[in-house]
Design a protein. Sequence first.
Length: 299
Amino acid sequence: MLPDLRNSLLLKQNFIKFPLIKIKVLHSLYVLTVCKYHYMKSLLKCPLVLLAFLPILAIAQMPSLVIPEEKGVVYNREFGVDMRVNTNGLSLGFTKGIIKTFYRSSTYYFDLTFYRDLKENRQNNKVIFAPTNETSNAFVYGKINSLYSIRAGKGIKKYWSDKASRKGALVGYILEGGITLGILQPYYIKVANLNEDTGLPELKEVKYGEKDNALFLDNARIFGRSSLFKGIFESALIPGVHAQAGIHCDFGKYDNFIRAVEVGAMANVFTQSVRLMVNQPARPYMLNFYLAFQLGKRD
């Protein structure tokens, strides 16, 4: 009987004890809340403190933003000037592009090309023609024709990926083809010769293929090349076609200013054989590699 009474007394004591603890905890929370309110109220009275907390409050209220991956601005058109170094000459041209998508463009181009044979070797005999006190100039021994061409065509340019960074380079390929108009100009040189009427020395302009072939090939008597325009009205027009393929590297795909490099191969086929050197065979085609630089703009 005594143990039961003791247990009932302990339960009653605990029942009385726990409400007291709960009252103490609530009182502590009330005191902390009041202190926090008065502390924040005192801080807000200071303008400098308020200004210091404004950015933090603004950031806390802003929703999180997801910045999408940048792929560049897609323009409508592009215009560029092409400067090309070929294994057998030089080219200068103009290109217009119609931008279909960020990855693909259609190209239209026009260029002027000067061809040279790989066997060409410029030299100068460095002599003075006494009667006129004229100094010799450089020439190419054995060269009989100069070849120029006007080319126009169309192509496509496509980039493989957009994994480069904003300031990086995009790599793709370009395929082009079109028509060619070759201009074959006879190559004139000046040689020392005796005038048939007076018997005095003179400088005579000759080309290969006439009665003066022996004089044309006499290196000891060659004084130099004639004017660049000499024989231009004797030029032959030779139509043809061409095709080219290259790897295109664009350093300004994200900009309106074009800076690009291109390397590739080119083939020109003419309707008749072309001969540039006296000791080289005539061929109706020309194959070469090229390195091109392009500068321009997009809009």
